[in-house]
Design a protein around this ligand. Sequence first.
Ligand code: FEO
Length: 163
Amino acid sequence: MINQKMQDAINNQIQAELYSAYLYLSMSAYCDNKNLRGFAHWMKLQYQEETSHAMKLIDYLQERGGVVQLKAIEAPPTEFGTPLQVFEQTLAHEEHVTSLINKLYETALNEKDYAAQIFLQWFINEQVEEEASATAIVERLKIIGDKSTGAILYLDKELGKRA
Ligand code: FEO
């Protein structure tokens, strides 16, 4: 059975993943309002991914005999600026989530919870991927710059292909 400290830490991470989902859903709606349908699609898939991260943690906590305690989720912003600013905020958020996952892993180390350490390795790898994909889009948007509408629309089409 999972101990109280680990249970509390995982419950906090469930909240953080659900906030991430909320944030990306809000970004998706924002992009859709700007007629950037591909950006909106990318963000909607990101929202779904975050809910799956939360579910993974919920299922794990249940499996370990823990108590899932859902917490209030803060309202995300509704304005995100230019496409570059949208993805800079995405990258900054993912870096923040990486630091939370690292702290969670540290708790598992301190608590000598070996099963949790193995379980959390998936999240550590996932964060590498999350940061890499956001960074790649930030870099492309920096090359494009905010004035090149044609290139933004081309990228919009590309992001719309995310499966
Ligand atoms: Fe669940 Fe994007 O980290």
